[in-house]
Design a protein around this ligand. Structure first.
Ligand code: NDP
Ligand code: PYC
Length: 339
């Protein structure tokens, strides 16, 4: 097992801001991104924690992402809050839109937050958790790059396209949250297998000849990834392309990869989030809806199954007490970014 470097949460945040500032990001962007990176590392989501700093530094160096653009928020008579990230990274755009999304949702029952023109690299659970913190149900999706072959096909057209959901729980410590890639493995995890030269799990990737491979390099060099759940994952992933690509007039994963032109930057496209106000649904008896949800969760955990995000919430507690433990090789990569 590789050695680990213990860092406090403050150290993770400060290191992230330091690196992102060194690469020229404005203070507002560096801090918004550092908050997301810190959350990923704290919750032991290794592929979306400090590991991402290298991907971001590389993306900035290619010269296309805006280091300073202020997100432009548009509020009109519709229930859609629109934020144009103006080709900067997405976290600041989300932060600028979330309060307005909550306000609209509480006015009309359902509202959407449409983010356009953003470089996207993050996990989606911090965003749906933020929606749940307003007492609202949340749903989020985004395309990525076309690395994933549709079930039954032979060439990558879909992204790793994550889907995240949150349900607020007034009487529990944490909301119900899930967040997963619609590919059989997240790209970040595949890259980490490549970085550490370790075997992929079974049936997650194909080599350039379309044969299933456990070799991450073979999947990256001309190969592709598989969807989770076969044709069902393919359909969900396609829905995400349509909803958070075509519908909001932004790029699909195919178009994002084409725009990238081999530069290996983090994807550039849009994101779509929805919020639902539970007090506006049903027949006006919110305690009935809460009780029914709690009964469902109880029936799941009482038989020994776990709720999604339970591992993360436990990791969060541990990290808040003891800090995080970063692999030596990832820590070395990060230190190199400071040179
Ligand atoms: P995982 O497969 O690790 O986990 C998916 C979800 O399932 C999590 O909510 C997880 O909770 C839950 N889960 C895992 N095991 C169990 C279990 N045994 N019982 C119940 N629930 C379980 O996630 P992925 O690897 O698919 O995705 C990782 C991250 O990558 C996501 O946060 C996603 O947003 C991000 N991503 C971002 C992309 C982008 O373009 N921005 C693209 C693709 C992915 P827990 O965490 O507690 O284990
Ligand atoms: O892990 O698939 C992924 C991913 C793509 C963009 C950011 N993360």
């Amino acid at each position: 097992m590789s050695k680990k470097v213990n860092l406090s949460l403050d150290q993770v945040y400060d290191l992230s801001v330091q690196i992102l500032s060194k690469y020229g990001l404005s203070d507002a962007h560096a801090k918004a991104i550092a908050r997301v990176i810190l959350a990923g590392e704290r919750d032991e989501c290794i592929s979306h924690g400090v590991y991402r700093l290298g991907v971001l530094a590389h993306t900035i160096q290619q010269g296309h992402v805006s280091k300073t653009a202020e997100p432009k928020v548009t509020i009109d008579e519709t229930s859609i809050v629109k934020v144009d990230a103006q080709y900067a990274f997405s976290p600041l755009a989300f932060e600028k839109g979330i309060e307005q999304l909550a306000i609209k949702t509480k006015q009309v029952g359902i509202a959407a937050l449409q983010i356009n023109h953003c470089y996207h690299f993050s996990a989606l659970w911090p965003e749906v958790e933020a929606i749940a913190a307003h007492g609202l149900v949340g749903l989020a999706m985004t395309p990525s790059h076309a690395w994933v072959t549709p079930a039954g096909g032979n060439s990558p057209v879909l992204g790793t396209n994550p889907l995240a959901f949150s349900w607020p729980r007034e009487h529990a410590e944490n909301p119900y949250v899930f967040d997963f890639a619609t590919s059989a493995i997240a790209r970040g995890d595949l890259e980490l297998h490549h970085r550490t030269n370790t075997d992929l799990p079974d049936n997650v990737a194909l080599d350039k000849d379309g044969k299933v491979t456990k070799n991450a390099k073979a999947a990256i060099d001309g190969g592709s990834m598989l969807t989770f759940g076969g044709y069902k994952g393919s359909a969900l992933s396609t829905m995400i392309e349509l909803m958070s690509g075509s519908l909001i007039e932004d790029l699909t994963s195919q178009e994002s990869l084409k725009l990238d032109d081999g530069n290996k930057c983090t994807p550039c496209h849009g994101e779509l989030l929805f919020a639902f106000d539970p007090s506006k649904f049903g027949l006006g008896n919110i305690s009935k809806s809460e009780a029914s949800a709690e009964q469902l969760f109880k029936s799941i955990v009482d038989q020994g199954a776990r709720l999604p995000s339970q591992r993360r919430f436990e990791a969060r507690k541990r990290s808040q007490e003891k800090g995080v433990f970063v692999s030596e090789h990832i820590y070395a990569d990060i230190q190199n970014l400071l040179k």
